[in-house]
Design a protein around this ligand. Sequence first.
Ligand code: MGD
Ligand code: MGD
Ligand code: MO
Length: 767
Amino acid sequence: MTDKMATPIIEPYEGPAGGWGSAGSLAEILTREQIPVSGAALLMKQNKPDGFMCVSCAWSKPAKPSAFEYCENGAKATAWEQTAKRVGPDFFARHTVTELLGWTDYALEEKGRLTYPMRYDAASDRYVPVTWEEAFAEIGRELKGFDPASVVFYTSGRASLETSYMYGLLARLYGTNNLPDSSNMCHEPTSVGLKSTIGVAVGTTVLEDFETTDLILFFGQNVGSNAPRMLHPLQDARRRRVPIITFNPLRERGLERFTNPQSVVEMATRHATEISTQYHQVKAGGDIAAITGMCKWLITEDREAKQVGRPRMLDVGFIAEHTHGFEDFVAFCDGQDWSDLEARSGLTRGAMEEAARVYARARSTIAVYGMGLTQHRKGTQAVRMLVNLLLLRGNIGRPGAGLCPVRGHSNVQGQRTVGITEKPELAPLDTLKELYGFEPPREKGLNTVEACEGIVAGEVKAFIGLGGNFVRAIPDTVRMEDAWRGMRLTVQIATKLNRSHLVNGAVAYLLPCLGRIEVDLQASGPQAVSMEDSTSCFHGSRGVTKPVSEHVRSEPWIVAELAKATLEPNPKVGWDAWVGDYAKVRDAIEATYPEVFKDLNGRMFDPGGLHKPLAARERRWETETGKANFTVPDGLNEDPDMPKRHADVLDLMTLRSNDQFNTTVYGYDDRFRGVKGTRTILFMNSDDIDRLGFRDGENVDLATEADDGIERVVRGLRIVKYEIPPGNCGGYYPELNPLIPLWHYDEEAKTPAAKAIPVRVRRSAPA
Ligand SMILES: Nc1nc2c(c(=O)[nH]1)N[C@H]1C(S)=C(S)[C@@H](COP(=O)(O)OP(=O)(O)OC[C@H]3O[C@@H](n4cnc5c(=O)[nH]c(N)nc54)[C@H](O)[C@@H]3O)O[C@H]1N2
Ligand SMILES: Nc1nc2c(c(=O)[nH]1)N[C@H]1C(S)=C(S)[C@@H](COP(=O)(O)OP(=O)(O)OC[C@H]3O[C@@H](n4cnc5c(=O)[nH]c(N)nc54)[C@H](O)[C@@H]3O)O[C@H]1N2
Ligand SMILES: [Mo]
C-alpha cells in the first residue's frame, strides 16, 4: 500500500505563520480523522488548568490561558490521537508484518488507534491477539532469564511523571540503569552543557521573563512549526518593540512574520507581525563561529570603552563575582581571525557586529535555541558558547534574561526530573535504596546511541519501549533494522502502529495504551497525571474523552503489571496501590525529591503550574568551581570532519516539516516552505545545483560520505531550489535517517549529529 498523493507542487508560500493557512489545515485534519463537532469543544480544554495538557510540544502553559490555548499543530496532534479509526485484531489478521513493512510512516499511523494486546506469530508472520495475562506471563518469564545489563528500557518523552517514575523504578529494581530516552537524540547537549557551566541541566527562563526582556536571540529553533504557541509571547514582545535576532540557515516563516489565527481583527485585516528584526542565514554548524564573532566584538569594544572611560560593554561586576575562566575565554576570542569567523559562519563581519551591537544595548537578553544548535558533532560546545555570550553581560539569574532551550516532547524534561536517566549520578539512588529497601545498580547504563551499538554487537537482547518509534528515530536506520531483528524480546507500549513495531525480535508484543486525552478510570476514580514544561513548571492534566477501547490500559497499569510479572515481590513498593490512585505515586515522587516536588498533589493544578526551583536563577552556581563557567571550544568548527572533504560534499540538515510530529507524519505538505504533496525532496542552493551539474526538479540519489566501508544511500529525491547557504542542503527526518552513520554524534552528549551529515548528490540510479 502506498499513499495517494496529488502531483507534488513546489512554490513559495507568501502567507505568514498562523493566519488563514493554519485555520484551513486544521479544519482539514479534523474532517479526515472523523472527529465529530465535539472536536471543537475538546480543543477548548487543551492546555487549560482544568483540562488536558497538549500531547504535542512542551512549550509553557500560561497561568491565564486564552480561550483557545492551542495551535494548529497541537490541534492536529489531538485529532491524530482522538481519531475515530481503529487498528484491532481484524486489521492484523488481514495484513502480514512483511506487507506492513512496505507501508509509509503516514499510512501505518493513519489507520487509527491500537485497541488490543498483540503478540507476533512467526508462523503466520502476523500479530495475533493475546490476553493481557498471557502477555505479562510470557514477558515476565523472558525478562527473568536475561542478564539485566542486556535489557534496554527506552522512554519517548510523552509519558507522564507518574508513569516515568514507576518505569525508572522498575528498571532499577530489575537491576539496570539502561534507561535511554528521546532526550538523548534531542536536548542532551543542553543537559550536559548547561550543567557543567551554570549548574542546572535545564533552561533558566520562565514565561514571565518574556514580558520584561529587551532582546530575544534565536538559534536553530523553528518556532512556527515546532512550538507555535510560543509565537504569542514573541508577538507581545515585538509589540513592545523588543528586537528579535535570528540565526538560521533557512528563512523560516514563523521567524519572519505571524498572524494570530485566534485574533478576529488580525485575521480580518490580514495583519501580520514582523518577528525577526535581524535574520542571519548562518551556515549549518556555523553558530560557534557566529557567536565567537559577537563575543570578539564585545570584548574589543569593551577594552576601548575602558580606556576612554565610556560605559563598559561587559558586565564586569558580574564577571568578577560570579564567573570562572574569563581570561582564557578572552584569549580565545582575541586569537580568532575575522576571515576565519566569516568563512566558518557564512556571515559577514558586519552582520556579526550588527547583532553584537544590538546585544550590547539590551539590558536583559533571552537566548532561545533548538535542534539547530544541539544536533552537531560539537553540539554541547555550541550550547556552552551561547552560555559564554550571555555571561559576558550578566544575562543569567536576572528577570527578563536567560537561556531558553525549547524542549521537544511534552514531558521530556520531566522524565529526567523523576529519574529516567542512564547516568547513575543523576538518579537519587541512595534515596531509592532507603525508600524501597533494595540495592540499586550503580553502573552507568546505555544511552540511545550506546543501546544501538549494543544491539549491533549482539549484547542487547531485549528492548522495552514506553512509546516512541525508536527504530525510525535513530541514525543508520537500515543497518539498525537488520541488527534489531537479532534481539530475543521486543515489547512496545503504544497508541498507534509504527515501523518499530514491525521490526521485531523473536518474541514480540504490542501493548496498546490510553492516550493522555482519555479518561483514565482506576479504583479510586478518574485519574489525573502531571508533566513538566519547557520552563520547568509542573502541570496536572485530566483526560476528557471516552477510552478508545475497553481492552486498552493506562501506562501506569501496564508498567505495574510488567513489574509484578518480572520482579520478586517487594512489600515496600505498592504497585497496585499506585495504580489505584496516582496521587500515591505523586506522594512517592515527593518523598524521593522533597525539594523539587513540594506539595505536587496540592499544587499541580495551580494556574501556571508549580515551579521547579532553579539555583542558577538565583545566581547560585552548583558547578565544580562554584561559579558560572566560561569555556573555550576546541575550535570554530561544530563538525570538524566536514569541511576537509571534497568541495562536492554537502552538509545535510534533516528537518521537520510543518505536517509531522517527529516520525508521526500527518500529511505531505510543508506549507511554510512551499512544498505540497511530497516529503522526498532535497533543498539545495542554486549555485550548488549549477556547480554540480544538476537541475531544479531533477530526481537524484543522496549518499553519505564516510570512510567506514558502509554504503548509505537514499534514492529518488527531488531537487528543490531553495534559499539555503551554499554547501548546505536539507531534507526531511525520518526519511533521511538511513544516511546518518551511528558514530556521527556529539562527542560529549552522544546526540546524533542530524544537522550535519556529509553527503554527495548522485544522478538517480535505476531502481
Ligand atoms: N509540530 C511539531 N512540533 C514539534 C515536533 C514536531 O516534529 N512537530 N517535534 C518536537 C521535538 S521532539 C523537538 S526536539 C522540537 C524540535 O524543534 P526544533 O528545535 O525547531 O527542530 P528542527 O525542526 O529539527 O530544526 C530546527 C531549526 O534548526 C535550523 N538549523 C539546522 N541546522 C542549523 C545550524 O547549524 N544552526 C542554526 N542556527 N540553525 C540550524 C533549521 O533550519 C530549523 O529551522 O520540536 C518539538 N515540537
Ligand atoms: N534525522 C533526525 N533524526 C531525529 C531527529 C532529527 O531532527 N533528525 N530528532 C530526534 C528527536 S529531537 C527526537 S525527540 C526523536 C523522537 O523519537 P521518538 O520519541 O522515539 O519518536 P516519536 O516519533 O515521537 O514517537 C511516535 C510514536 O509514539 C507513540 N505514542 C504516541 N503517543 C503515545 C502515548 O501517549 N503513549 C505511548 N506509550 N506511546 C505513544 C505512537 O505509537 C507513535 O507512533 O527523534 C530523533 N531523531
Ligand atoms: Mo526531541
